[in-house]
Design a protein around this ligand. Structure first.
Ligand code: TYD
Ligand code: MG
Length: 460
């Protein structure tokens, strides 16, 4: 019966069709029709505005904002410190978290470890596996040294059965690995389709809110959204975490892209070992390569990831290019690089039009904040001149099109972190220069790109 009223809605123009078509009959877009579950309460009485509100629910009570008590959300720490940090302190009852990332990056590993830690702390953790069999999950548990784990496991992909089980057991946390494998009987689309993913996630979210079970949805997707599925869920859930990292290195970053219960852009740093993921408490060491002597083209940036300052080495290589020189960046934005090269030329007289320019953030980290500009620029000019910056040198600051260097947020904290790790010379925007000296750190404060270049030449 229900299936009769299913309709297909175009994600481009909103037009509808009673059956699935490759091309939208309204706007002609290809592959844009998405199945939608039938609406409830057909034939309900309408009010004078032609709406069915009264028939559907009746009006709710209102409350004056000032009279509502502000209560802090209760959290349960997972026991994995780096994960708790990105979550904003731990899992929140009734909270829904989406954790995305490339296949093989370590999502299942991390969640199994978290489930076990919660179970050990006396919470019921339920792990729903749709991608792997129970035996495969058990194999992973062995590898993690969790062969005696009391985590409840369910190999199931049908949404209705999953919901019934969750309702019967009411776990503190339910992990759905992955949302792309879950399907609902109510829809005819294949598991993993946008309609299924959205509908199943909506039901699980409703369950979480109603029951207080914290739900974690695993989604295979890259930050760029290469696999479109789970990106449609981002607005539905409370927290969105992305697993990042270079599969060639053992380091993994878990970044909060959205968090209703904590800070965004907070990161947790892990190392993938033979026995699962291990938190890295002092990540700066990873992102610095060990040069015995300073080398041209290398600058250490003090970046701020979430609430934590981190030191990352930025490397540049500038070399004679062919007729159409290349500009390549790894871990940094390419458009930003092009802009910095133009600013360097116009405002500091450093020309690189006929040169190939490559820049790289060491350790597979991805840097998005504009405060990286100054370090990138210094790395490029250092490579171009073939002169290394002095030992123990750090920099940060945003560069504008007019050649000005703008302050970065929380400059003092960045400088203190650099001093703590033994760095001795800093080049920073004037507004970030501390009023009181920081022990062990010589600070050069500048306002403009050309001043920065002048300071660097003095340091040669
Ligand atoms: P997995 O958690 O299965 O990734 P995802 O769920 O994101 O697809 O992680 C798989 C990778 O991690 C795999 O290449 C093996 C590696 N791994 C380790 O290096 N050490 C371990 O202890 C475990 C369990 C996995
Ligand atoms: Mg997995």
């Amino acid at each position: 019966m229900a299936k009769d009223k299913t309709q297909y809605v175009c994600s481009e123009c909103g037009g509808t069709s009673p059956k699935w078509l490759g091309k939208c009959p309204s706007c002609g877009a290809w592959n844009s029709l998405v199945e939608q579950a039938p609406a409830a309460a057909p034939g309900a009485a309408q009010n004078r505005f032609g709406n069915t509100f009264a028939a559907l629910g009746g009006a709710s009570e209102l409350a004056v904002l000032a009279e509502i008590e502000a209560t802090d959300v209760a959290r349960t720490a997972t026991g994995l410190e780096e994960l708790d940090r990105v979550l904003g302190g731990g899992i929140v009852p009734g909270g829904v978290t989406l954790i995305g990332g490339d296949p093989g990056i370590g999502k299942s590993t991390l969640l199994l470890q978290a489930a076990d830690a919660l179970q050990k702390a006396g919470q019921i953790a339920l792990y729903v596996t749709g991608e792997e069999s129970g035996a495969q999950v058990a194999l992973r548990a062995h590898r993690l040294g969790l062969e005696r784990s009391q985590v409840q496991l369910m190999a199931e992909i049908q949404l209705e059965k999953i919901l019934a089980t969750l309702d019967a057991h009411r776990p503190a946390i339910a992990i759905i690995d992955s949302i792309q494998t879950v399907y609902s009987d109510q829809l005819t689309s294949a598991p993993g389709s946008v309609a299924q993913v959205r509908e199943c996630a909506a039901h699980l979210t409703r369950f979480a809110k109603a029951s207080g079970t914290a739900v974690v949805l695993v989604g295979h997707v890259t930050k760029e959204g290469a696999l479109a599925g789970p990106r449609v869920l981002e607005h539905m859930v409370d927290t969105v975490l992305y697993f990042e990292g270079d599969t060639h290195s053992s380091f993994r970053l878990v970044r909060a892209i959205k968090n209703r219960f904590g800070a965004v852009n907070e990161i947790g740093v892990f190392a993938m070992t033979e026995r699962g993921l291990r938190g890295v408490a002092n990540p700066s060491a990873i992102f610095l390569s060990q040069h015995a002597q300073p080398v041209p083209g290398s600058v250490v940036l003090v970046t701020l990831e979430g609430t934590r300052p981190m030191l990352v080495e930025i490397q540049a290589l500038v070399d004679d290019g062919g007729p159409s020189p290349r500009r390549l960046s790894v871990g940094l934005e390419r458009d930003r690089l092009a802009m910095l090269l133009a600013v360097l030329h116009r405002h500091a007289g450093v020309a690189s039009m006929d040169q190939d320019v490559f820049v790289n953030a060491v350790g597979g980290v991805r840097i998005t904040e504009p405060a990286a500009d100054l370090a990138v620029m210094l790395a490029i000019s250092s490579s171009l001149r073939g002169k290394a910056l002095p030992k123990g040198f750090v920099a940060f600051g945003e560069v504008g099109l007019a050649g000005e260097v703008r302050p970065a947020p929380r400059g003092q904290e960045r400088l203190r972190e650099a001093a703590k790790l033994g760095f001795s010379v800093a080049l920073v925007p004037k507004a970030n220069a501390p009023k009181k000296p920081i022990e062990g750190l010589t600070i050069h404060a500048i306002d403009r790109v050309d001043e920065a270049m002048a300071v660097v030449r003095q340091l040669d």
